[in-house]
Design a protein around this ligand. Structure first.
Ligand SMILES: [Zn+2]
Length: 293
């Protein structure tokens, strides 16, 4: 969900020439030039690809084999380009989870359906293995909903607006994250993001990470709620709430300013706006044995 730059320290010709022998070189070079147009009409491109595959039944297999060479460290000349593409992001541009290592390269338009794009730099995007596995061979059929393209789509700030959170107010508190399409003027972005969010099953890692943050927050504010006087004044209660809100706001500011872990921003915002959290959850904090015993 973050925008990253197309690698600039080498070009398509360099990559093609790193192979001892590579068929269809001209086509690959051309596709890299027309890639932006291809994205505008994926259907047309898919039809063109089908025609090539119909004429040459070994085409997909050949291009897949060449990609395997690119990603194989024993091919000393071509592998450095694969490595440069993979190292082009400090964390996965699809999930933004800092703890997931970027270990793979994704074909934004899958090589199984678009073999001509198997070695096209603009189609090769760094990705973590979890996202790669879940994204699999997905591509936008009928020019419809698609994944956010890390080289072309800027949604860095949008995610802070479009991600939303609900508190599960059960016996054990939990958080549910989702893409809120109603907040978006440009429906296509939120629809694409929603699809990506659901296919990559991002609620699970986001809510698990936020639960950790939440537990740390509770640990920090716990002393404010210990030994409180039953007859305490309204002023004292208000001051305590203000203290908690300040801490949540601090976490929100950090996430927003550093543009990291948007779920922390959204989760804390959700808590700040929740009367239930302040009036019921925190007021009964001392009986939450699981967290504090
Ligand atoms: Zn990922």
């Amino acid at each position: 969900m973050i925008k990253i730059c197309i690698p600039t320290n080498f070009n398509q010709k360099d990559l093609c020439e790193s192979f001892k022998e590579l068929k269809h070189k001209k086509r690959i070079l051309d596709k890299n030039v027309t890639y932006e147009d291809i994205l505008l009409n994926v259907d047309e491109e898919y039809k063109r690809e089908c025609l090539i595959v119909d004429k040459d039944s070994n085409y997909t297999e050949y291009m897949t084999k060449m990609y395997k060479k690119l990603s194989n460290s024993s091919y000393k000349k071509s592998y450095p380009y694969y490595k440069k593409i993979r190292k082009n992001a400090s964390y996965c541009p699809f999930c933004n989870i800092p703890t997931r290592e970027v270990t793979q390269v994704d074909h934004y338009l899958p090589k199984s359906q678009f073999p001509s794009l198997s070695l096209v730099i603009k189609n090769l995007v760094p990705i973590c293995s979890d996202c790669n596995k879940k994204k699999s061979d997905f591509f936008p059929k009928d020019n419809g909903i698609r994944f956010i393209h890390p080289y072309y789509d800027t949604i860095k700030d949008k995610i802070f607006e479009l991600l939303n959170c609900k508190i599960n107010k059960g016996n054990e508190i939990g958080f549910y994250f989702f893409i809120d399409k109603k907040n978006d003027e440009d429906q296509s972005i939120s629809e694409n993001l929603d699809l990506q969010f659901q296919l990559l099953k991002l609620n699970k890692p986001y809510s698990a990470d936020f639960l950790q943050v939440f537990n740390e927050i509770i640990w920090e504010i716990k002393p404010l709620y210990e030994n409180k006087d039953i007859n305490e004044s309204i002023e004292k209660k208000s001051a305590r709430i203000l203290e908690v809100k300040k801490l949540l706001q601090k976490k929100m500011n950090y996430s927003l300013e550093m543009k990291i872990r948007p779920w922390v921003y959204v989760g804390c915002k959700c808590l700040i706006e929740s009367d239930w959290f302040f009036d019921e959850y925190l007021e009964n904090i001392n009986i939450c044995k699981k967290l504090y015993s």
